[in-house]
Design a protein around this ligand. Structure first.
Ligand SMILES: O=C(O)[C@H](O)[C@@H](O)[C@H](O)[C@H](O)COP(=O)(O)O
Length: 269
């Protein structure tokens, strides 16, 4: 399957969040009509959280059977589980508290009051991902023992915010995480964006997703977005790395689009 790249530019942060929310609701509904369940990987950050708030506020929100949605996170801050800094705490307040989710389908990354360090929390998430992948493999394969067992469940939509330094999730330029190819989850130390201790999916795990949506707003993201879309090296520009299996969607506002190569904004493949 060839993966398509699309760039959608919106006039303002608010319109970007509202349209991303509408797109997410529609995508989950479409997947649920095919498979019953749907799986979304959430992100932290201003656009990621604003999108969740817009989903909760949408008149279409109740159309989704949220009890059949699996929630994972692309990254998390390694702080106490009840800290307002946690991406999952912000997602809980923005959306999950307002919909009927199945707690067994909400997969939070580990916290500093649950694990000794980010590496241990990463191992814990790897175990949780592997267990979900195996259960899904048995649900969807007639003869599961005849096919190799996957280590990741199917991610229907994976959301990524982008930092001014072009980081995605908690994969930062030049650090070990963006270079990691032999693991699905890593612990992060020394993150330039506080807090310094984090957990993150790796680029191979991110790129296992069917659709990847990169969301960014503001002129401080224009350089990162422009470099990523110009095809920079992912080690220096992590936002250049993600490729969804079927679609890579850039959802950005006009300010963040200021340095997108002109020929790209005309081409929508
Ligand atoms: O844990 C995090 O901080 C996020 O997952 C991170 O990857 C975020 O999405 C970007 O830093 C963009 O954040 P802003 O949109 O707030 O700049």
């Amino acid at each position: 399957m060839t993966s398509s790249l699309r760039i959608n530019i919106h006039p303002t942060f608010e319109v970007l969040a509202a349209t991303t929310a509408a797109r997410l609701i529609t995508r989950v509904l479409d997947v649920q009509s095919d498979r019953g369940e749907a799986t979304v990987v959430l992100t932290g950050g201003s656009v990621g959280i604003a999108t969740l708030k817009a989903v909760a506020a949408s008149p279409a929100c109740p159309a989704v059977d949220w009890r059949q949605v699996n929630f994972w996170w692309g990254d998390e801050r390694f702080v106490p589980s009840d800290s307002a800094e946690r991406n999952c705490v912000q997602a809980q307040e923005s959306l999950l508290d307002h919909i009927a989710v199945d707690p067994a389908r909400v997969h939070r990354m580990g916290a500093s009051d649950e694990y000794a360090d980010p590496a241990a929390a990463a191992q814990g998430y790897i175990r949780e991902l592997t267990a979900a992948a195996l259960a899904e493999h048995h649900r969807y394969h007639d003869r599961p023992d005849e096919a190799p067992a996957p280590t990741l469940p199917r991610f229907d939509v994976l959301l990524l915010g982008i930092g001014p330094d072009a980081h995605i999730a908690s994969l930062f330029p030049e650090l070990a995480g963006i270079r990691t190819k032999d693991a699905n989850v890593v612990g992060v130390a020394g993150a330039p964006k506080p807090p310094p201790l984090r957990i993150s999916l790796t680029l191979p795990a991110i790129s296992s997703a069917d659709e990847i949506w990169l969301v960014a707003a503001g002129s401080d993201k224009a350089g990162a977005v422009g470099l990523a879309l110009a095809g920079a090296n992912p080690v220096q520009v992590p936002a250049a790395g993600p490729r969804g299996r079927s679609k890579t969607l850039w959802l950005i506002d006009q300010d963040a689009a200021a340095k997108v190569p002109q020929q790209l904004t005309l081409r929508q493949d």
